[in-house]
Design a protein around this ligand. Sequence first.
Ligand code: FAD
Length: 471
Amino acid sequence: MRDLFDLPLNLRDDKRVTVRRAGPLNRHGSCVVYWMQRAQRAVDNPALDLAIALGNELGLPVVAFLSIIAYYPGANLRHYVFLNQGLPDIEEDLAERHVTFIVRRTPDHRVEQLLQEANAALLVGDENHCREPQRWRQALTRRLSLPFVTVDADVVVPTKLFPQHFYALRHMRPHLLAELPHYLAPSRNEKAAYHWAPRSTLARWDVRKDVTQGWRNLDRSVRPVETFTGGTHAALRRLREFTSHTLRDYPTKRNHPELDGTSRLSPYLHFGHISPATVVLAAQRAVKEDKATQAAYDAFINQVIGWRELAVNFVKHVRQYDSFNCAPDWAQKTLRQHVRDRRPYLYSLEDLERADTHDELWNAAQRQMVRYGWMHNYLRMYWAKKILEWTPAPEVAYQYAVLLNDRYELDGRDPNGYAGIAWAIAGVHDRPWPERPVFGVVRSMSYGSTGRKFGFQRYIRNVDEGCWCGS
Ligand SMILES: Cc1cc2nc3c(=O)[nH]c(=O)nc-3n(C[C@H](O)[C@H](O)[C@H](O)COP(=O)(O)OP(=O)(O)OC[C@H]3O[C@@H](n4cnc5c(N)ncnc54)[C@H](O)[C@@H]3O)c2cc1C
């Protein structure tokens, strides 16, 4: 019987790959199953690439399986609609690579059921370092009798290279930049050599149908948005638009929420509709083609690789990433010392959710998130800092910020969100600043100084008139 490690694919040394369950393959197996979870795309997907390489090596076809769970923690109609919009692109692009796509929903969503019905030889998955999906992978590994490998497909530099939490971007950046030449490479998007013909009775959900059909208890109060359309094809159009026209001014315009100065790719990166490597390689090409400067590229990769991969490193190594307990000692100490400081305003979660505060800039930022499913980065910082200022304790602020962010942002429930809130409220990845009421030595942001740095009246008008453009 062939063993996983007998295959000439060097799985043991590949830093992108984790062998969760080793051992002999199912020798009567008739396909390789790729359990697509985080990387919801069929192009530039290292997990799919590995499944195809394994299938071709074993003389087996590949089946990509997406299991849609009703009531995924924190997900509401807005998130499911975006996910749903991405499914036809995945099916179409998988067909190009001769891979069959099977989508199933609760109650038929179990991976083991599919493995059995498809008679899998082995299972390939992708990685998501957030707590819940990690727990699912670990639980599945314990129950499986097949080999199971996962691939860190949604970071440019594999997270395994960094076994510790970095306390600041300046510590991680040199390591990331040193590893980049080894890992930043275009995918060859190889095709599967063998075709899988499923039994006609095999259950599968039509990717064009509403995946939430019949889910009575789904939170439908958070409506889908028209500003973003999910899917790899829309993501690639947005990327082209960004690298052709916007990237060149990224260093000067990225902190201007009243302008269209950033990529707005975060929802696509969150759902895995586009790979971060695709984004970075496109930015590199833009520099070669004189559409952007090296300085613009450097500023952009500082965000899309630097801050983004620091966020993944944070959730991977700091267990309490979604609560105030993740704060470093100096921030815990200073915020506790100031917990009795008089707050200039105190707002309930409902006040905040309704954008019903005295601060017109904060209200506009909250409205941008609620109406359009996306808030500009500069205002996300201000937004979270003010929640710290206007609630009775940092634990409460942290909880409210996570709740609102995950509920309304299309890119919510993401390492970037937890790291962003941790930075703003808990001083994570930051340093002490001069002491202020309420904030102590955690960096503060004031209405006066924040509003002076950009055209904030224009921003408020744009939000209210809906004239900032999505994809
Ligand atoms: C309080 C707070 C909450 C946040 N919540 C989220 C969230 O839920 N989901 C999310 O994806 N991002 C979050 N961010 C990070 C950042 O604000 C968004 O990623 C960014 O605004 C997305 O817009 P863009 O795609 O146009 O970014 P661009 O400026 O075009 O950057 C390109 C990509 O780089 C990454 N990136 C940019 N800035 C950051 C950053 N500060 N930290 C980590 N990665 C970054 C994102 O993947 C982004 O799509 C949050 C930041 C803060 C301060």
